[in-house]
Design a protein around this ligand. Structure first.
Ligand code: ATP
Ligand code: MG
Length: 546
């Protein structure tokens, strides 16, 4: 268990806050943790008696003492009011009577909770009520009396204990072969980060039973369980990291900046005095590699990649927005170190028309606050297309470590992009035939594709391949040249919009393209120097060299 929950809880108990609310599916873990803290005299000064309550059991103590006639929550709270020794009472699943989702709560219970809060605050004996439930429901009447306590998902050490326990039990039974060394066990535990303890145990059990052998191949079972569990959160998705940064053509300045942040969350970096990186915002022209970069960072750094679909907050398909966001954040923090990719962050802002803009700004605000204050190594990569909609508070200094602008690729960059997309395919002799990927060919293709995005260059390669394949022959230069000629790039059909985003970026964002890759001359220089005096690039984005 992370120290932080225990420390936090001990503080709250000592501070005599009357009612705490822990939102978690992991009732038994919560009870175990709360019990451990409550009974530990060194952390809470006065050790407390621990009671738990549920609709089926009423009030009970861990050693079996039962308070009869308390299964009704009103009776239970009356009994709680009469407690006169230092105590912590954990109420399980009280949420159905607390209202919410348009339904009123039970006034008998809410009134009694207020009475308990008042009595606990003014009493001399330290007593605390802890509500544990998978959903957060706080009636307005109790707003000031209830303190929400965050309960993190299990740590790697806790998951590892479950794994080792399962392995030991199975070795003892002799029915299962275990072929995992210590490093591989660590990989199993890491793969299950973000799951509840129960989910992790299920995942491991499934990996063990599928063929009677537990080896490194079973990791995919755990990955699959994780993928499903994460999807249940409604807003998050585990993404397979694809190609690495080396497979991105151009954007060298952005890549250098990223490369300098690799490993910035290691203990060594903190000892060196580095703050953990917050993340980066990448804006720019469509199809030029924003999403690609987010995926490539995770691949290059070998970190799990979680895609955060912030737009779904408003889809109405998933439950309460705030709860979903908290769940998503909890999973990301448990999975840390990881990359959290917020694609098209502007979709998390209030919808233009209709929608609940109050909820929207609250949820977005919660997200921004978390980004600012997070202590776990979650590297946020946000991408944005519709920059006009980005609120100033998102762009404020300190929110992101840097804001990059990805423009249409320059001549030099287009050469790299062509190389990336052709090299892989030409490795197949049936495709390559006599075509050689030399500087002349790259220079020619690059010159032909002025104003084309990376996505359009890739499309041209694919169109050329179709041409060649339909004639059952290798690819040749003319296929590519023709494919390029038949396309009308976005930069022609949307010239005005692109100029507008460049103008916007010229003062607000740093050019992702490295200075040495700019096409000097030939292109109009747009934008004026920013207020801090950085010269504008020949495209959108200020010149800041990393
Ligand atoms: N710089 C690049 N190097 C190599 N391939 C690129 C580059 N830019 C784009 N591509 C190709 O185009 C595809 C689409 O790019 P990507 O999804 O990153 O664009 P985007 O900037 O996120 O666009 P959108 O604004 O439409 O989301 C990539 O999967 C990749 O194959
Ligand atoms: Mg994208």
């Amino acid at each position: 268990m992370s120290r932080s929950f225990r420390d936090n809880l001990a503080q709250l108990l000592k501070a005599r806050l009357p009612i705490l609310y822990v939102e978690s599916y992991e009732e038994s873990r919560v009870i175990a943790e709360v019990t451990a803290v409550a009974r530990d005299g060194t952390s809470v000064r006065t050790p407390r008696a621990v009671w738990t309550w549920s609709l089926t059991e009423g009030l009970v103590q861990p050693d079996g003492v039962v308070r009869r006639g308390t299964t009704d929550p009103a009776d239970a709270l009356d009994a709680v009011l009469r407690l006169d020794e230092p105590s912590v009472v954990i109420l399980r699943d009280l949420h159905p009577v607390l209202g919410g989702d348009g339904r009123p709560g039970d006034p008998r219970i809410i009134r009694r909770l207020r009475d308990v809060a008042a009595a606990f605050k003014s009493g001399t004996v330290p007593r605390t009520l802890v509500l544990v439930s998978p959903v957060l429901r706080i009636p307005v009447e109790l707003d000031r009396d209830v303190t929400i306590v965050d309960f993190p998902l299990p740590s790697e050490a806790e998951i590892r204990m479950v794994l080792d326990g399962l392995i030991a039990a199975n070795i003892a039974s002799g029915r299962i072969q275990i072929r995992l060394d210590d490093v591989q066990r660590e990989r199993f535990a890491k793969a299950a980060l973000g799951l509840t303890l129960h989910e992790a145990e299920n995942a491991f059990a499934r990996a063990i039973v599928n063929d009677g052998i537990l080896d490194v191949h079973d990791l995919r079972v755990v990955h699959e369980e994780k993928r499903q569990a994460v999807r249940k959160s409604g807003l998050l998705e585990v993404v397979e990291a694809g190609a690495g940064l080396a497979d991105i053509g151009g954007l060298e300045n952005l890549k250098r900046w990223l490369a300098k942040r690799e490993g910035a969350w290691l203990a060594a970096a903190a000892e060196y005095g580095l703050p953990a990186p917050r993340g980066v915002l990448i804006t720019g022209v469509p199809g030029c590699g924003k999403s690609l970069t987010a995926k490539a960072v995770a691949a290059t750094w070998e970190l799990p990649l979680l895609r955060f679909d912030i737009g779904r907050v408003f889809s109405g398909l998933v439950g309460s927005s705030e709860q979903n966001l908290r769940t998503a954040i909890r999973i990301a923090e448990a999975t840390a170190p990881c990359v959290l990719w917020v694609d098209e962050i502007e979709k998390g802002l209030a919808p233009d028309s209709g929608g609940d803009s109050g909820t929207a700004s609250r949820v977005f605000g919660t997200f921004l606050t978390w980004m600012q204050e997070k202590t776990r190594p979650v590297f946020v990569i946000a991408t944005a297309n519709d920059i006009g909609r980005l609120p100033p508070e998102l762009l404020r200094k300190g929110r992101f470590d840097e804001i990059f602008f990805v423009d249409l690729p320059t001549q030099v960059e287009r050469r790299s992009i062509w190389r990336v997309h052709l090299a892989r395919r030409l490795r197949n002799p049936a495709v390559a035939g006599g075509l050689v990927l030399d500087d002349d060919l790259l220079a020619e293709l690059s010159a032909l594709t002025e104003g084309y995005s990376g996505a359009e260059i890739e499309q041209a390669v694919i169109a050329g391949l179709f041409e060649a394949f339909s004639a059952r022959r290798p690819l040749d230069r003319d296929d590519l040249v023709r494919a390029v000629a038949t396309m009308v790039p976005l930069s022609v059909t949307q010239a005005e919009q692109i100029d507008a985003v460049r103008a916007w970026a010229s003062t607000r964002a740093v050019a992702a393209t490295a200075a040495e890759d700019w096409d000097l001359g030939g292109r109009p220089t747009i934008g004026r120097p920013g207020p801090d005096g950085f010269p504008p690039g020949p495209h959108g984005g200020r010149l800041v060299e990393y």
